[in-house]
Design a protein around this ligand. Structure first.
Ligand code: HPA
Ligand code: ZN
Length: 338
């Protein structure tokens, strides 16, 4: 049986992208170009050779490939090109609004200035308005770095507060609970920044970490977080409080064959605002439309379910109610006419 939802429908569907690591959009082509520009020997000279290094089967083995690859990012122009390349693809996927994660500590720890990173990223988000994509930046703390490093990073980021809409938490979750960063989340909130955090799938302490995020830290979204289905009370809490859950089927498929599809459907059935995103598309084989259609095909989603996923992405995005209304009207019109 073929699904009622076509690739064409998904491609044209207006979407918000809320779980996208800009460093995870470094395609082999750009990696080679930047290596040349900056005179860096990365050990590979063809796209095929670069792709062969993309070999991983869990979060830790992925991160071991992911962070060293960032060495090619050196100058403001490199960060600009990375972001602009991504935003072109976002426009092709009919992403109307995107909140982009970036990891400043992955760059400052190797001697790149915070301002080099943020100025390059931000300038691309401004220029992308010409592509009809509304792009914003979320600064993530690396959870396997120290609290002190996070504290210094947040202080520096507050100098650029007009360029950042919120903070997040990513990298290796093993023995790095959200509460390690309670102070930074509190300070960020006091400065009017939005707050989200990763709860990667099938971690040692998944439920405990999700509980800390929802009940103590008070995040507005959880990135991944589908293990919440193991605790019905937390699911009820998430539904009642309109917490967003940003699931990424293609990246999940590297560690879990069912790509957490059943859990996403269960969350939809429980009126939790779960939505579909792309995580690190250059590493996991697809941008947002690819994530939607892989999931829709495998689980025979209905058109209504697909539209609900897109609606949830706008509803849990960090924009004004007026902006949301504009995007949601566009979405409902599209769903009616296609
Ligand atoms: N989880 C944790 N850290 C990450 C991820 C992720 O999915 N992607 C990039 N950094
Ligand atoms: Zn992620």
């Amino acid at each position: 049986m073929t699904t009622a939802v076509t690739k064409k429908f998904i491609q044209g569907l207006p979407k918000a992208e809320l779980h996208l690591h800009i460093e995870g959009t470094l395609e082999p082509e750009l990696k080679l170009k930047l290596a040349k520009r900056n005179n860096i020997n990365i050990g590979q000279s063809t796209i095929e050779e670069v792709r062969k290094t993309y070999d991983y089967d869990d979060l830790a083995s992925f991160l071991a490939v992911y962070y060293p690859a960032m060495n090619v990012l050196q100058q403001e122009e490199d960060f600009y090109d990375l972001t602009m390349d991504y935003l072109q693809r976002a426009a092709q996927n009919n992403v109307r609004h995107v909140e982009i994660f970036f990891d400043p500590q992955a760059h400052t720890s190797r001697g790149i200035a915070f301002k080099t990173v943020i100025n390059g990223l931000y300038r691309a988000t401004v220029d992308a308005r010409a592509l009809n994509v509304d792009a914003h930046l979320i600064m993530c703390f690396l959870r396997d770095f120290s609290r002190e490093s996070a504290r210094k990073t947040l202080i520096e980021a507050l100098n650029y507060q007009d360029k950042i809409i919120g903070v997040g938490l990513d990298s290796d979750e093993h023995n790095n609970p959200p509460m390690k960063f309670f102070n930074q989340f509190t300070i960020a909130t006091e400065h009017g920044l939005h707050v989200t955090a990763h709860a990667d799938i099938d971690q040692k302490d998944s439920i405990e970490h999700i509980r800390e995020l929802l009940e103590v830290i008070g995040v507005e979204r959880v990135d991944h977080g589908t293990n919440i289905v193991e605790d019905p009370d937390l699911v009820k809490f998430a539904a009642k409080n309109n917490i967003g859950f940003t699931s990424c089927p293609l990246s999940n498929s590297f560690v879990s064959p069912e790509m957490k599809g059943k859990e996403v459907i269960e969350l939809l059935n429980n009126n939790v605002k779960v939505s579909i995103h792309s995580d690190d598309p250059a590493y996991f084989g697809g941008y947002i439309a690819g994530n939607y259609s892989t999931f829709a095909d495998k689980f025979n989603l209905t058109k209504e379910q697909v539209v609900t996923l897109a609606r949830n992405s706008f509803e849990t995005s960090w924009i004004s109610d007026q902006q949301k209304a504009i995007y949601l009207t566009e979405l409902e019109e599209y769903a009616k006419n296609n």
